[in-house]
Design a protein around this ligand. Sequence first.
Ligand code: PBE
Length: 302
Amino acid sequence: MIKNKWKKLGVVVCATLALTAVGCDSDNGESAATNGNGEKTLAQKLDYKITGIDAGAGVVQAAEKAVKDYGLDFKVQTSSGAAMTQALGDAIENKEPIIITAWTPHWKFAKYDLKYLKDPKNSFGGEEKIHTIARLKLKEDMPNAYKILDQFHWTAEDMESVMLKVNEGANVEEVAAQWIKDNQDKVKEWTKGAEKVNGEKIKLAYVAWDSEIASTNVIGKVLKDMGYDVTLTQVEAGPMWAAIASGDADAIVAAWLPGTHEKYMADYKDQVEDLGPNLEGAKIGLAVPSYVEIDSIEDLAK
Ligand code: PBE
């Protein structure tokens, strides 16, 4: 009886709100409103929201594709990497459910107990590699920088160790400098055969993703130590790719391929030079704290 009364009231409220374009589309009867026990469904607790990052990120575009592929009644809410990790930390503190657009390498997997949701429809693709991309003619104009960028290669663990310290509150430039001191064997491989220069200007572009903040600061510091006057320019993903294509920036170490930045690469492939991977074993997907009791993106369709 009580339930019925509320249902009727719900209909009236919906009819009124419809005029102001506030949708009641999720209230299509009892099954969507509750899980049958009078409790909220997971989708309701999540407010039909996947917590995304910046709109230009490939992982956000892949999440939007997943919503279509799996027929989900979810929206991907865009914000920034920092806002996403803040929301994640808050949700975990309150033991509330949350679904995030996630990627590896990232410190969040070391700090929190998270799991990737299975993706049987492969909306997020498989293994990713992070590539170094240079503007055309960089090799001619700055052969030493080109050589270093071309030889730059590290592991997911290397990147994570930098990210973790930054997340713990250390200054990224100091962390990068310390990492370089502690990993001279790797840095020597990167700089092998390159000569020092005297204040040549070089510009690296990157997006404020924690992974790319780490890598760009490390390679930036290596170039600085080799005598370059290095500028690190933080931009959005689209402008980052456009800057390499136009020659406004000299290089990026932030290109996730073949999937995540597939569209950017398709747009600019003739206007940039791909120097190949600087890191293997990267991944993107949707992730939840381990206490959220689902395992697959498919479970969100229920
Ligand atoms: N990311 C981190 C980026 C690439 C690097 C996975 C958030 C993205 O475009 O989705």
